[in-house]
Design a protein around this ligand. Structure first.
Ligand code: F6R
Length: 615
């Protein structure tokens, strides 16, 4: 993870870098730092914790001029991998106070390099893998190499997935940058240039962006940028014009971004819907572009919440399109030799479009000859650019680390894909298509009705906020929601939570039940509800505190539940088919209110980052 940013050729370079870092905090917030050069001196400033600490430090420095004058500065926001969270391990890492480097990714062979450098007299001050980079630069510069040559020698030494920016007092008008599997964008200005982990981090400075490709390195100067591929051949990469987002996204009166994003769902989902369905219920997804010419098995890969969306997608596609679907965790798929028998296309799902596990899985699928498709929220992200074809979720920027609106918009796209596949391969009749499309159109108001249940959910949150462990149960389409409910809860409240398929409880997990353990079940009448209620009864009999979030019929049947939240009255078929959308809301609200009650950092929970760019 980690975010890197750099400015060259503009007054107040440090301040401009800090502006960029504000937009990169989603990549990590364990520590932050900047380095700048002016009057032949390298200045670094670092702070532990969130960026605001660095900003406060910067504001307090009496000799603020030191930081307002430089024309060159680099900055970093960290998600710790090697070395604990400390000032020493915060970036920029330096060598002999002449070279400074900011880095995102992992240098896999750093230990060997570090031992060699130590034997050559270099002194290491941090436990990071990154620190080998400034020392290697220093070593090659001392041997008489210019910055470009030194950088190339460094690249020959290091292995891993990384994006880094280096500056040196010996070359005060140049930045050396390189990318290998981690994203890096270069922005072009007027006698000034910029670098950032994503385009958004520099869109306050320019709208002309070049994305480096894997293996590229570049010398970024005041008056131009020279880009080279892995064979050191000079290359031209496409210049893209991006639209700058106006200002920073605000919480709009909500206490947290997560809360705001939960409540945005009724207004965001219509954008996703209108992208893929015409007003006359015609689906605008071109299956041929998705690589679906024949009736083959579809492979879906993703991580975390996006993986749970894939699980729901599998149920829908198999049911509506009668098409086999294989799903896998992206991080597992990449490191085995999967059979592609009967497969022609893969679909990866990623909100950020940057999850390295998912990107690597996509590349693996490509190598295996599959056509590659992506459902992404961030247009222009690495996965978007590398996939043969992308479908955008159009959820808008999601700032809270916990995925909420991006999950439900991924579900919308998956449901529409299921209908499109059903039409092509399962003889879905126009009236059925129309019925499904109507369901989709009802969704925003159905979600708004579910949001009205907030107060009841808040009361439950207050009752169970001190639990040591919470169990979520679901069956069928709501099994993935049990997993999602548990993930949401653990990541922001730090309460241990597990999700299980209700029928699996008796095969082992029921041993976890003891007096007062909260067991939360999401349930709608779908013809199989009696089985789920029996599973719930088994937990009740062993002392669990039962919380049932369900429709009227199920609530009546499971009258033994300690707390019952009745969802609004929806048409039976709609409710059973689209229950994942409905239950996503209580799952999100419950996690949010429990975390809020416990006073955790809801938007930036410990140890996490919004974009997971390490394996
Ligand atoms: C959970 C969450 C994560 C992400 C996962 C994949 O709330 O946000 O589990 O879903 O890291 O991220 P993307 O979708 O960006 O690939």
């Amino acid at each position: 993870m980690c975010g890197v940013v750099a400015v060259i050729g503009k007054q107040n370079a440090s301040q401009l870098v800090v502006e960029g870092l504000k937009k990169l905090e989603y990549r990590g917030y364990d520590s932050a730092g900047i380095a700048s050069a002016s009057c032949g001196k390298l200045q670094t400033l670092k702070s532990e914790g969130k960026l605001i600490n660095l900003i406060n430090n910067l504001n307090q420095i009496s000799n603020a001029k030191l930081y307002s004058d430089p024309l060159i500065a680099i900055g970093h926001t960290r998600w710790a991998t090697h070395g604990n969270i400390s000032l020493e391990n915060a970036h920029p890492l330096t060598s002999e106070n002449k070279v400074a480097v900011v880095h995102n990714g992992i240098i896999e062979n750093y230990e060997t390099i570090k031992n060699k450098l130590i034997s050559e007299g270099y002194v290491f001050k941090s436990q990071t893998d990154t620190e080998v980079l400034p020392h290697l630069f220093m070593k090659y510069i001392k041997l008489g190499n210019n910055f470009l040559q030194a950088g190339r020698l460094v690249l020959k030494d290091v292995k891993g997935a990384f994006a880094f920016i280096a500056m040196s007092l010996d070359f005060p008008n140049e930045l050396f940058v390189s990318r290998n599997s981690s994203p890096l964008a270069i922005g072009l200005g007027d006698k000034s240039n910029f670098v950032g982990s994503d385009a958004h981090s520099i869109d306050h400075l320019t709208q002309k962006i070049i994305y480096l490709e894997d293996g590229d390195h570049a010398l970024v100067k005041l008056d131009g940028v020279d880009i080279f591929n892995e064979y050191e051949e000079k290359v031209n990469r496409k210049i893209i014009n991006i639209k700058a987002e106006i200002g920073l996204i605000t919480k709009g009166g909500y206490k947290h971004f997560m809360e705001k994003e939960i409540f945005e769902q009724p207004s965001v989902i219509p954008q996703t819907i209108s992208t893929y369905i015409n007003s006359d219920s015609r689906i605008k997804i071109n299956l041929n572009k998705l690589g679906f010419k024949n009736k083959n098995t579809l492979l879906i890969l993703a991580a975390g919440t996006s993986y749970y969306a894939a699980m729901v997608g599998k149920y829908w596609i198999e049911h509506i399109a009668d098409l086999p679907v294989i799903i896998d965790l992206a991080s597992e798929y990449r490191y085995r030799k999967p059979s592609v028998f009967g497969q022609s296309a893969m679909l990866v799902i990623s909100q950020s479009g940057e999850s390295l596990d998912t990107l690597m899985a996509l590349r693996h699928g490509k190598e295996l000859g599959l056509s590659t498709n992506a459902i992404v929220n961030v247009e222009g992200s690495t996965i978007d650019r590398e996939a043969d074809f992308s479908l955008y979720t159009k959820a808008g920027s999601e700032i809270g680390v916990a995925s909420t609106k991006s999950f439900t918009s991924q579900l919308v796209v998956l449901f529409i894909i299921a209908i499109a596949l059903g039409e092509k391969f399962n003889n879905l009749k126009p009236n059925q298509i129309k019925k499904y499309c109507n369901y989709i159109h009802i969704l925003p108001s159905a979600i708004a009705q579910m949001l009205n249940m907030e107060n009841e959910i808040k009361l439950i949150a207050q009752k169970i906020k001190n639990a040591q462990s919470i169990i979520f149960l679901g069956r069928g389409l709501l099994y993935p929601l049990a997993l999602e409910g548990a993930l949401k809860l653990k990541e922001i409240s730090y309460i241990h939570a597990e999700g299980f398929a209700a029928g699996e409880m008796k095969h082992g997990p029921i041993a976890l039940i003891e007096d007062h353990v909260p067991v939360i079940m999401f349930l709608v009448s779908d013809g199989n509800e009696d089985k789920a209620i029996s599973n719930l009864q088994e937990a009740y009999s062993r002392g669990a505190q039962i919380i049932l979030i369900a429709d009227k019929n199920c609530i009546q049947k499971a009258s033994f539940a300690h707390f019952k939240i009745e969802i609004p009255n929806f048409e039976t078929d709609f409710k059973s088919f689209l229950s994942p959308f409905l239950m996503a809301i209580p799952a999100q609200l419950l996690a949010y209110h429990i975390a809020n009650e416990r006073g955790t950092d809801v938007d930036q929970p410990r140890n996490l980052a919004k974009s997971v760019t390490v394996e």
